[in-house]
Write a protein that binds this ligand. Structure first.
Ligand code: FES
Length: 143
């Protein structure tokens, strides 16, 4: 059963977290440890940083598990306001990090996700295909 989407917000920014997409890359924790603290029950505390800093850190989440929104609908960060070419980067012993405006469809053409950041499984062991779910570590995947 998929885990539910979490939402956190202030007057200046809202952040959603999809635990089904998180593989604990920890870019958020390294970027703003006072805001993103997995040891706390309420692990996202937006009041500890500016909305711009939160948006910049969220934009570094390689899987797209974290997303940021401005109340006025404007792009949350400069990074996500631009449309760079799609880039694919293989993480050592892990997934493919894909960045850029992208659309993933099923074989039948049904839209699965439209996003700017995803981590795609390349070990074949995910339980959340086509996304990486972190199973590559337990499988001892190398490559
Ligand atoms: S690469 Fe992470 S589960 Fe396959």
């Amino acid at each position: 059963m998929p885990k539910r989407l979490q939402r956190y917000e202030t007057d200046e920014i809202a952040v959603t977290f999809d635990p089904n997409r998180c593989i604990h890359a920890a870019a958020c924790v390294r970027g703003l440890p006072l805001v993103f603290d997995p040891k706390e029950r309420r692990w996202v505390r937006l009041e500890h940083a500016t909305a711009d800093d939160v948006a910049a850190t969220v934009a570094r989440c390689p899987t797209g598990a974290l997303r940021a929104y401005r109340p006025d609908g404007a792009p949350a960060s400069v990074v996500e306001a631009t449309e760079p070419p799609v880039t694919v980067r293989a993480r050592r012993d892990g997934p493919l990090y894909v960045r850029g405006p992208l659309r993933i469809q099923t074989e039948a053409g049904e839209l699965l996700v439209e996003d700017e950041r995803v981590a795609l499984c390349r070990c074949g062991g995910t339980g959340n295909a086509p996304f990486c779910d972190g199973s590559h570590t337990a499988r001892g995947f190398t490559g």
